[in-house]
Design a protein around this ligand. Structure first.
Ligand code: F0G
Length: 349
């Protein structure tokens, strides 16, 4: 069986016979039918595309497999990126796998601890800068021009080409495109990639097109506001971005699909994250719950028909950002090691 996005979708990706088949087993993530949230929102066909099942725990691996393969083919020795965390975790993993160097430039103090651990564990050169993600991206755009360096942020066209395979998988699982797709928007690469994937498949096989709904965090919503933000703020650190690189193509996805890009508050994001964990068994990081936060609001406002087929993309694993839970949920205090003490503790919770 074909394994990894390059092998599975070779004929739909920009690869040649000499492109190495780099893979860590990315892609083929489950499309899970909602068991409890959908019915509670009055929706009969809600699905979650669980991208946290990717090898480094986020959707970035799809594009990183292809970007790494093409970088190797071009004889680059170093993968370089700026990141709010997940891109760096993914770049570090694929570089390690291929014997390449990874250089990751991060906004200091603003990357979730699990993601930092991943980059360090895979042996990346981690360089925190005293600034925002947008400033880090401006730096690596220049680094990427240097000999031997391959820039693997989503401005690298192979990243989006790899990421569009998620749309292919959604169509394959449903037999056609969903009516609507909800996802978080940060640097706006993923909404661009999904739209491309749906359009390509529609062109080849008339599988239909979804309305695309992107969610930005209210304190980091430049596309919604129509202006860049110099100091973006949100608990959803993965999408704490003030000047998205794929801004224009995100607008195209929104407008061509008759969709929307809207802001959701941190409170709505955390409520959606909590529901996914408690009502669906799906632990995701805060940013990954932004799409569901927007869907919840739209369903509550009667903007969605009960019979529509809806897909919410859950972009990354919850264990990457343990602090976002521990700040809100107190750790239980230990009790004496006896049945009585355990029963007493159970009574008091
Ligand atoms: N969800 C997660 C978990 C992310 O890590 C990101 C982006 C997004 C959503 C938004 O996707 O940027 O394509 O619109 N993370 C990047 C990073 C910026 O550096 O890891 P996007």
């Amino acid at each position: 069986m074909a394994f990894g996005v390059i092998a599975r979708y070779r004929d739909r990706l920009p690869v040649s016979a000499t492109t190495p088949e780099v893979t860590l087993g990315e892609g083929s993530t489950p499309l899970l039918a909602s068991t409890r949230i959908g019915p509670a929102l009055g929706l009969r066909s809600l699905f979650f595309k669980a991208e946290g099942f990717n090898p480094s725990g986020s959707f970035k691996d799809r594009g990183m497999a292809l970007a790494t393969a093409r970088a190797m083919e071009a004889q680059a020795t170093t993968l370089v990126c700026a990141s709010t965390g997940n891109t760096s975790a993914s770049a570090a993993a694929y570089a390690a796998r291929c014997g390449m160097r990874a250089v990751v430039v991060l906004p200091a103090g603003r990357v979730a601890s699990g993601k930092l651990v991943q980059a360090l564990a895979h042996g990346a050169h981690v360089i925190p800068v005293a600034g925002t993600f947008d400033q880090a991206l401006a730096i690596v755009r220049q680094l990427g021009e240097m000999p031997g360096m391959a820039l693997v942020n989503s401005i690298n066209p192979f990243r989006l080409e790899g990421q569009k395979t998620a749309a292919f998988e959604v169509i394959e699982a449903l037999g056609r495109a969903p009516d609507r797709l909800f996802l978080p928007v940060g640097n706006a690469g993923n909404i661009t990639a999904y739209w491309r994937g749906f359009c390509e498949w529609e062109h080849a096989a008339q599988t239909g097109l979804p309305r695309m709904h992107g969610a930005q965090a209210a304190g980091a919503a430049p596309i919604v506001r129509g202006a860049a933000i110099s100091n973006p703020r949100t608990v959803a650190s993965a999408i704490r971005i003030g000047n998205p690189a794929s801004w224009t193509t995100a607008l195209t996805a929104r407008d061509e699909s008759r969709g929307s890009i809207e802001a959701v508050t941190d409170q709505e994001i955390l409520a959606a994250q909590r529901r996914l964990a408690r009502e669906e068994g799906l632990l995701v990081e805060p940013a990954s719950a932004a799409g569901l936060a927007l869907l919840t609001r739209m369903a509550g406002a009667g903007q969605i028909e009960a019979g529509e087929t809806i897909v919410c993309v859950l972009t990354g694993q919850g264990l990457k950002d343990p602090q976002s839970f521990l700040r809100r949920v107190p750790k239980p205090a230990p009790v004496e090691a006896s049945l009585d003490a355990v029963l007493a503790a159970l009574d008091s919770t």
